[in-house]
Write a protein that binds this ligand. Structure first.
Ligand code: AMP
Length: 118
C-alpha cells in the first residue's frame, strides 16, 4: 500500500485539515511555505496521467472550501501537481500541493532558460 493510502487508512498519522467522503487534505511534513497542504483523492490514483475527469471536477470545490478554511482565498495561493520523474513527483499517489500564507517566489519559471537544461 502506498504512503498516502496509509494516511487515508489512518495507518500513518497526518495533520488533517479537511476531509470528506472522497478527498483528504493534510499538512505537508516538510512545508515549503507558511501554509503547505497536500490534497489527495482517497482512492488510489497514481498521478495526473491516470486521473478521471469526474475526480478533477469533484476536487475543485474541495480545494475551494479548503482555501476558505485556511483563510488564503483572497490573499492567494499556488496549486502544484508534480507529474512523473521530470516533474519531481516522489509519491505516486495523485496530490496537489496548496502553498500560501506569504508571497511565494517563482524561481523556476522566472529564472530558468530552456538552454540551461541542455
Ligand atoms: P511530490 O514531490 O510532489 O511527490 O511531493 C510529495 C510530498 O509529500 C513532499 O512535499 C513531502 O514533504 C510530502 N510527504 C512525504 N511524506 C509525508 C507524510 N508522511 N506526511 C505528510 N507529507 C508527506
Amino acid at each position: 500500500m502506498c504512503l498516502f493510502c496509509k494516511i487515508v487508512n489512518k495507518e500513518i498519522p497526518a495533520n488533517i485539515e479537511l476531509e470528506d467522503e472522497n478527498f483528504l487534505a493534510f499538512h505537508d511534513i516538510n512545508p515549503k511555505a507558511p501554509v503547505h497542504i497536500l490534497v489527495i483523492p482517497k482512492k488510489h490514483i497514481a498521478g495526473f496521467n491516470e486521473v478521471d475527469a469526474q475526480t478533477m471536477a469533484d476536487i475543485t470545490p474541495f480545494i475551494q472550501t479548503l482555501v476558505k478554511k485556511l483563510d488564503i482565498k483572497q490573499s492567494g495561493y499556488r496549486l502544484i501537481c508534480n507529474i512523473g520523474e521530470n516533474g519531481g513527483q516522489e509519491v505516486m499517489h495523485l496530490h496537489w500541493h496548496v502553498l500560501g500564507g506569504a508571497k511565494l517566489k517563482f524561481d523556476h519559471l522566472s529564472d530558468a532558460d530552456p538552454k540551461d537544461f541542455l
